[in-house]
Design a protein. Structure first.
Length: 221
């Protein structure tokens, strides 16, 4: 059985708390850190480990096992310098995916430079999301629906090369193929498969499915 994704959340204010609610629902293994004991106490029931500590201290991150997490999210609303320290130290520990909250474009650029995989400007992203809902409620519904799915590129592996989509039967993994890219040089072009399309070596298929289905397939592909 595949282990749950381990997520470190630094800062458990309103944004961090809402994030934890969603992660808890999907069965993630959550580790939380905050300097405020009351904030930790309010959400510790949804975490596998909770620490009242200063995450800007490299020793703290080392001692709580930050180098072993799959994803780290720095949501702390403290001084920006502290967020930068957290991100840079997480990057030094080898955390591969780091999200960090930024107040503006300047902060976002700084966080990316010191190691953030993505800097999140919550107000901007929520504003754009609300605009979609105001202008097109149906599109907003589809956006919510899409958050449960992933689209990933997959390089054709030998067991599937030479097979048609029907023979490959990706639907047994609860996946569908949106299209494929060839191995030709130049600008990639997305091709839409016909019923007689055969998978060739060098082709990259765009697979769509729920997160768990994608992970199950990639684990055996």
């Amino acid at each position: 059985m595949k282990r749950p994704k381990k997520v470190l959340v630094i800062g458990v204010g309103r944004f961090g708390g809402a994030l934890m609610d969603e992660l808890w629902e999907t069965g993630c293994d959550i580790v939380i850190v905050d300097k405020d004991p009351d904030a930790i106490d309010a959400v510790k029931s949804k975490a596998s480990a909770a620490f009242v500590a200063d995450a800007t201290d490299p020793a703290v991150l080392e001692n709580i096992g930050a180098r072993d997490v799959d994803v780290a999210v720095v949501t702390a609303g403290e001084a920006f310098e502290g967020v930068v320290l957290c991100v840079s130290q997480l990057a030094e520990l080898g955390v591969k995916v780091i999200y960090a909250r930024a107040a503006n474009d300047r902060q976002a650029k700084v966080l990316t430079r010191v190691g953030a995989t993505r800097a999140i400007q919550v107000e901007n992203e929520m504003g754009r999301r609300l605009a979609v809902q105001v202008l097109n409620p149906v599109a907003a519904h589809l956006l919510d629906f899409a958050t449960h799915f992933r689209v990933v590129p997959w390089n054709a592996a030998p067991p599937y090369v030479g097979k048609t989509l029907a023979d490959a039967n990706f639907r047994r993994f609860e996946l569908n193929v949106l299209g494929w890219f060839g191995s030709d040089a130049g600008k990639p072009k997305l091709n839409f498969p016909n019923p007689d399309y055969k998978i060739e070596a060098g082709h990259t298929l765009l697979m769509v499915g729920e997160e768990e289905a994608i992970e199950r397939f990639l684990a055996q592909a």
